[in-house]
Write a protein that binds this ligand. Structure first.
Ligand code: OXD
Ligand code: MN
Length: 589
């Protein structure tokens, strides 16, 4: 083994990265520079440093070994969609789905903010690889940041350090991400994307979705733009492996908006009444999808860790995640118990004494844990981590599932008639907003393919790209829509969700292998109650009927609303999408 001291120094590996780091240093004037190697010892030294300056607090070692708590500024707890921009030369290329600013204006604005902003701080250079280091499908980037908290998160969430920089040196190209926490002033906070130059600039926030630039900024906004030009898809999707009692394994991807249960589905625990099933996680948030040589679609997870929502996680809702976050986990904005354990709403044991802002807990101040409090943990800590997650060729996908959080209209599950109809199903996803982004939660909005906050270009062009991808696949996955969140007249959820969602997945897999029946409806194919495996589930017949009901009068309104939404995209809305809307309206009468 080569001793680290004999390795070439990182700044000598790539001239392009070194030159860029120098220009950033001249602009931001930090006191010191640190190039991230990616070693465990280095990760530990960042933890020690953050602990000694009070930015991290060690949690109860006996119960939560090697776990830490970080608290963010109370104004900096979620993504800021209204301050996130896609800066293309031509405004229409960003589309009505993005905030836009001319690139020159955005660069000038950011230049002012970054000028001298790292004075008194250290500049960290974090080379990272999104995806297995040896996969042709992976893409690299470098994040320059002045936050050691961001660095330790990036080290958990990506393959960060020397091997990534070596790959960048070989390939010659990389996404340039520049980040500073600035003064955390919400009025001086911008997340700018320059997809034409593969560059990102983020100022004034330390929150994951705004500051860990490998995640939403690179792996979704920049990558979706790159993917369109290179013939693949970068999507807001979990990737899960499902092995049936007969030993047959299929992989499916599922796109749900933020905080709608992707992590839970990716780590699903089969109910006791469904013995013999095995579920493994390839990814919980992002999938990069490529047509494979056999005409099927293949997925890799570009990430190496999970940045998940903590509240609601317990042994019943997600036993795997619950176990996973008992050690080696970084918690952000949770509450604390008297014996220094993390606490959150839904935890079922212990009680909070200190809230997420570090104040004595008082229910009058609201929830003890911030509703968007998060865990960051290496994916390798997942007891159900799929070894295929490291496969350079990815996993073949049998089904694509779209879904939203809707109290009505959308049934528990339905199947699109074909790929093109599936593009309509994805493009018309609607969901109630959640705490993952600043703004009012619970408001229904269109969130096509769960990519509203993340598509790095005009949705019209994005849908056209989806249609084109379908044509390139000889054996495309089937496409589905699910809604775990339908409610009855009493306002209560009709479906138990969590592990029981496997019943829906089982029907989907059987459909993919022509082993299950369905009935045709105006909106696609639905299971009849008899087509679902309901053994061991106690659910009343009226609830089941409601879950599987499609009301043409509601859907006529829905179709009109979908059409209105697509109109915003004018001539960029593909004719194929209009053809699908017309066909739906015709079926609805
Ligand atoms: C996330 C999000 O953090 O979608 O994954 O906001
Ligand atoms: Mn997400």
């Amino acid at each position: 083994m080569i001793s680290p001291s004999t390795l070439p120094p990182l700044p000598t590996l790539s001239k392009a990265v070194a030159e860029w780091a120098t220009s950033v240093r001249e602009l931001t004037t930090p006191d010191a520079i640190h190039w991230v190697e990616g070693s465990d010892a280095e990760h530990q030294s960042f933890i020690d440093q953050l602990q000694s300056n009070g930015e991290l607090q060690k949690l109860n070692e006996a119960h939560y070994p090697n776990c830490f708590l970080a608290r963010s500024h109370p104004s900096d707890v979620a993504r800021v969609e209204h301050l996130t921009f896609v800066c293309t030369t031509n405004r229409d290329d960003a589309g009505p789905n993005n905030n836009w600013m001319p690139p020159a204006e955005a660069y000038a604005k950011m230049q002012e903010l970054f000028k001298g902003c790292m004075k008194g701080r250290t500049l960290y250079v974090v080379p990272y690889c999104m995806g297995p280091i040896d996969s042709l499908y992976s893409r690299c980037g470098v994040e320059i940041t002045d936050s050691a908290y961001v660095v330790i998160n990036m080290m958990l969430m990506t393959r960060a350090g020397r091997p990534a920089l070596e790959r960048i040196a070989r390939e010659g190209n990389f996404v340039r991400g520049l980040h500073s926490i600035g003064e955390l002033d919400p009025n001086r906070r911008f997340i700018m994307h320059f997809p034409e130059e593969l560059s990102i600039q983020s100022f004034g926030s330390g929150y994951g979705g705004n500051a860990l630039l490998g995640k939403k900024c690179h792996a979704l906004r920049i990558a979706s733009y790159q993917a369109r030009h290179e013939g693949w898809l970068a999507e807001h999707m979990l990737i899960v492996g499902l092995t049936s009692p007969a030993g047959e394994t299929h992989y499916v991807v599922a796109a749900f908006p933020s905080a709608c249960g992707k992590t839970n589905l990716a780590m699903l625990i089969p109910p006791d009444s469904m013995p013999g099933w095995t579920v493994t996680t390839v990814g919980d948030d992002i999938a990069w999808l490529h047509p494979g040589p056999d005409g099927r679609l293949y997925a890799i997870n570009p990430e190496a860790g999970y940045f998940g929502v903590v509240p609601g996680t317990n042994a019943k809702t997600n036993r795997n995640a619950f176990k996973m976050i008992q050690r080696d986990t970084l918690f952000t904005n949770v509450a604390l118990t008297a014996d220094n354990r993390p606490w959150w709403e839904g935890l079922e044991t212990g009680k909070p004494v200190i809230d997420w802002q570090g104040r004595p807990y008082d229910p009058a101040n609201g929830p003890a844990a911030q509703p968007n409090s998060r865990f960051t943990v290496s994916a390798k800590r997942n007891p159900r981590y799929a070894s295929e997650a490291d496969s350079p060729s990815g996993v073949p996908i049998s089904a694509i599932i779209f879904g939203g959080r809707r109290r009505g209209v959308a049934p528990l599950v339905y199947e699109a008639r074909d790929w093109n109809h599936g593009v309509l199903v994805g493009a018309s996803v609607a969901s109630e907003t959640t705490a993952a982004a600043i703004g009012q939660a619970g408001v229904l909005r269109r969130d096509p393919m769960a990519m509203k906050p993340f598509a790095g270009y005009n949705f019209g062009d994005y849908w056209a790209h989806w249609f084109a991808m379908g044509q390139r696949l000889k054996d495309p996955p089937k496409i589905y829509h699910v809604n775990w969140f339908r409610r009855g007249a009493d306002g209560k959820l009709l479906w138990p969700g969590f592990g029981d969602n496997l019943r829906v997945l089982e029907w989907i897999l059987k459909r993919c292998t022509s082993k299950a029946a369905a009935q045709e409806s105006h909106i696609g194919h639905l299971p009849r109650p008899a087509d679902l495996n309901l053994q061991g589930l106690s659910i009343a017949q009226p609830a089941l009927d409601e879950l599987l009901s499609v009301r043409p009068e509601e859907w006529r309104t829905e179709a009109a609303d979908i059409g209105k939404f697509f109109e915003q995209f004018g001539a960029r809305t593909p004719a194929a999408l209009w053809a699908e809307v017309k066909a739906l309206q015709k079926r609805l009468g």
